[in-house]
Design a protein around this ligand. Structure first.
Ligand SMILES: Cc1cc2nc3c(=O)[nH]c(=O)nc-3n(C[C@H](O)[C@H](O)[C@H](O)COP(=O)(O)OP(=O)(O)OC[C@H]3O[C@@H](n4cnc5c(N)ncnc54)[C@H](O)[C@@H]3O)c2cc1C
Length: 605
């Protein structure tokens, strides 16, 4: 980080002089002993470790006027009279940046009671007070008093700590400080680190990629003949240029069949020679896992306060072996939570099998036809009920874990495929699927489908301070399952006393998709003109032809009841303009192609 110091002005600047920020010029200007301190965040920062410098060299970094020149030009354009002022020094000092421009705080996943707060991305003065408070609470109480998952050190793993990755990524991060961050923006550096075996195959078919926890995931597929360049520069707060493409993928999911590569999910296996695996999971998860072999259970991994540490699907593979599927960025957090809370029993085996399986989500009414042809097995709901898992052969490949869930509320299956079979199974699906109208789809279609069905997403809608009761998921908690579980007492208490926030779905009523700014997330929610919360995610529902926002309504005075929700008039504020919204506590049943039991509703990761 470069900044210059000048001689004091005549008269000297007051201590109360404001700090000036010029994002276009990429500079800030502030008082320093009556003179000016001005630095900036240039487009081409110099990474410190390029030449493997040691600590002493870092302390004696040299000034570099050529490098500082664009910032100096911007400073003189903004304050021309500075030209006559003596510059005392150009300082070149090290600053710490992180791979996602958010600081790193919390307890180490590998070393208990070791806490960190670092990587302030040049915002340490502004953020120091709050960050320090959260960390102090974390150390004293065992957790901070608000959700700080976006800053938690456990959002990263060893994969983000390679020097080359960091060097490239932080060079991209630093200039962002003064850039406008548009929705759904993706980093360009440090990419293609973790990929599915199908990456090249999907890439040549027009996949446009986003990254999660280092893993490349297809956002959507550009059809041949579209203007690729324009689509890569989809930087807008308004209707984006992928709108029609995603719309056609959604349509295909509704009417035919689509395949989405969802290999980035975190996958663990837990097993034991005796009952230890079941006993441990019953204690760590709120739903009842003592189900017949082959059943899939959606369940929360709760903390003592009843809040979601994780939201997963668990498959009982056999009496003593379980397969756990969690959101992609849970890989470090979930592992460390399980290790901390599992008994130190040498007969209990926990394995991270994320890398062993490719996950293909086959969504749509014709999924059943495609799989029946490939497996020679009846796949209809009578033979293959919802939320069920069977090991089957698909094409030539044996041992594919076929699961009747799609994370979207649409009919279909997710296939967990040993990676060496991934290409074969994918090719077979596409080849057999031709006559059923199969096509590739990406995460944006998935997102639209899950949001219109009111499915919550951990890390975005759900966090460690949200309980299942607050998001209408009582049916995923078995308070009377027999064995005690973490969070049970808090949930019993909350059931007694009521809750003061409620996850709600909003349908925007007078919003023009073509002309108005879109909601993305974080928009204020108003009830009868009073601010009551904010949205946590939103998407355009191609089926409803409206925008759907999900978010929390809070109440300070009275517990929230369905009447409280229904009696309000709601508005969502998008960049200062309020749009009328209809609040709902249940999804439109007409959106579900098949009739489903309430407890069969999927979660979206
Ligand atoms: C010119 C300039 C202007 C800035 N302006 C702003 C601003 O306007 N707003 C803002 O929010 N932020 C600003 N920042 C950024 C802010 O100063 C940093 O983000 C913040 O100081 C970082 O805090 P930290 O505690 O992580 O690290 P540091 O402040 O660097 O503290 C680390 C400490 O650890 C000590 N240390 C190092 N090695 C060891 C060791 N081995 N053993 C023991 N101790 C050790 C160091 O001596 C140091 O005291 C500015 C920075 C600069 C350089």
């Amino acid at each position: 980080h470069f900044y210059l110091l000048t001689q004091h002005l005549q008269p000297p600047l007051e201590d109360t002089s404001p700090t000036v920020v010029d994002p276009d010029g990429r500079i800030y200007i502030r008082n320093w002993q009556g003179g000016i301190l001005s630095g900036g965040f240039e487009k081409n920062p110099k990474p410190i470790f390029t030449e493997g410098r040691n600590q002493l060299e870092i302390q004696n970094l040299q000034e570099d006027w050529d490098h500082f020149e664009p910032l100096l030009t911007a400073l003189l354009r903004r304050m021309p009279s500075l030209e006559a002022l003596e510059i005392l020094r150009l300082v070149n000092c090290p600053e710490a940046f992180t791979p996602d421009m958010r600081c790193v705080m919390g307890e180490s996943p590998t070393l208990l009671h070791y806490f960190t707060l670092a990587g302030m991305n040049s915002q340490g003065c502004s953020l120091g007070g709050g960050a320090g408070k959260f960390l102090a609470e974390w150390m004293v109480y065992g957790y901070p008093v608000d959700n700080v998952w976006p800053l938690d050190v456990k959002r990263f793993g060893a994969l983000q700590s390679s020097r080359t990755f960091l060097r490239h990524r932080v060079m991209e991060v630093m200039p962002l400080i003064y850039d406008l961050k548009v929705p759904r923006w993706d980093f360009q550096t440090g990419r293609q680190l973790r990929t599915s075996p199908l990456y090249d195959r999907l890439d040549t078919q027009g996949a446009r990629w986003m990254e999660k926890h280092g893993f490349e995931r297809a956002k959507y597929f550009v059809p041949p003949g579209k203007d690729l360049l324009a689509l890569d520069q989809s930087k807008t707060f308004y209707k984006p240029d992928w709108f029609d493409i995603v719309g056609s993928e959604v349509k295909c999911c509704k009417e035919a069949v689509c395949v989405i590569d969802m290999s980035s999910f975190t996958k663990f296996e837990i097993s034991s020679p005796g009952e230890q695996a079941l006993d441990t999971l019953q204690y760590l998860f709120s739903n009842d896992l003592d189900v017949p072999v082959g059943h899939i259970v959606h369940t929360g991994m709760l903390n003592e306060r009843g809040g979601y540490e994780n939201d997963c699907s668990i498959v009982r593979l056999n009496k003593r072996r379980f397969f756990m599927i969690s959101p992609t960025d849970q890989q470090v957090h979930c592992w460390s939570w399980l290790r901390q809370h599992m008994p130190s029993d040498s007969d209990l085996f926990l394995e991270d099998v994320t890398w062993k399986y490719t996950a293909l989500n086959l969504i749509g009414p014709r999924a059943v036809d495609v799989l029946s042809e490939l497996s020679y097995a009846p796949m209809t709901p009578e033979h293959f009920p919802s939320l069920f898992c069977k090991e089957m052969s698909v094409g030539y490949a044996n041992g594919i874990r076929v699961m009747s869930m799609t994370h979207t509320g649409e009919p279909g299956f997710t296939l967990y495929i040993p990676i060496e079979y991934a290409l074969h199974v994918y090719n077979e699906l596409i080849s057999v699927g031709q006559k059923y109208g199969i096509r590739n789809a990406g995460y944006y279609a998935l997102r639209s489908l899950r949001i219109e069905k009111f499915f919550a997403f951990w890390g975005q809608d759900l966090d460690a301070f949200t309980t299942p009761l607050e998001c209408g998921r009582e049916f995923r908690v078995k308070l009377d399952k027999g064995p005690d579980f973490i969070g049970r007492e808090a949930l019993l208490k909350q059931r007694e006393e009521g809750f003061f926030k409620r996850f709600t779905m909003f349908i925007l009523e007078d919003h023009d998709t073509d002309l108005d700014l879109w909601p993305w997330w974080g928009e204020p929610i108003y009830r009868n003109g009073e601010h009551v919360g904010k949205t946590t995610s939103s998407a355009y529902s191609y089926t409803l032809g409206r925008h759907v926002c999900l978010g929390f309504i809070h109440s300070n005075q009275q517990p929230i009841t369905p009447e409280f929700i229904n009696q309000g008039e709601y508005h969502i504020d998008i960049a200062g303009q309020r749009f009328k919204a209809k609040a709902k506590l249940y999804p439109f049943s007409s959106l579900f192609t098949l009739r489903r039991r309430k407890d069969e509703m999927d979660i979206g990761f």
